[in-house]
Design a protein around this ligand. Structure first.
Ligand code: ZN
Length: 164
């Protein structure tokens, strides 16, 4: 800021603060007395804070009571906005907590259902094993009492119709 510059036909004084809007990147020029204040961007209207140049003491600023009041009102508006946002977020947290609680209940119900199914499956497996052992025993008994000549043969005895 040693030499004068012209941006958007605005003559920049060596005491001016030149910075870019963090929202729209529009190049802004403000009086040094606005350092640290919150002002609306002339391009996008977003409330932005004017940077305080290195080495500048805020005590040097000759803010008149009107400016201070304006800044106070602006800060209060920002505070109300922030409070509303915080309230909304709080509501959202409550809503999400309720949802999590619902999911937990559903999960618990699924767990109980899975246990029931697992028990039924275990019972079915036990019954199947019992049936298998009974079948094996019956086959063994049948094999002993009535030995078949075709045992272990892949061919079954059949009558060829052309021979009858
Ligand atoms: Zn902007």
């Amino acid at each position: 800021m040693d030499e004068n510059n012209v941006i958007d036909d605005v003559e920049i004084m060596p005491t001016d603060i030149v910075f870019d809007c963090p929202n729209c990147n529009h190049n802004l020029v403000v009086d040094y007395r606005a350092a640290g204040l919150q002002v609306p961007c002339s391009q996008c209207g977003t409330i932005i804070q004017v940077p305080i140049p290195d080495g500048m003491l805020l005590d040097d600023l000759d803010c008149d009571p009107g400016e201070i009041l304006q800044q106070l009102l602006q800060t209060r508006r920002m505070l109300v906005k922030a409070e509303n946002a915080a309230q909304k977020m709080g509501d959202k947290v409550i809503e999400m907590t309720e949802q999590v609680s619902e999911y937990r209940k559903a999960l618990q119900a699924i767990k109980v259902r899975m246990e029931t199914l697992q028990n039924a499956l275990d019972e079915a497996n036990a019954a199947q094993a019992e049936i298998d052992s009974v079948i094996a025993r019956v086959i063994a008994e049948l094999g002993n009492s009535n030995p078949s000549p075709y045992k272990n043969s892949v061919f079954s005895p059949s009558v060829d119709s052309t021979w009858s």
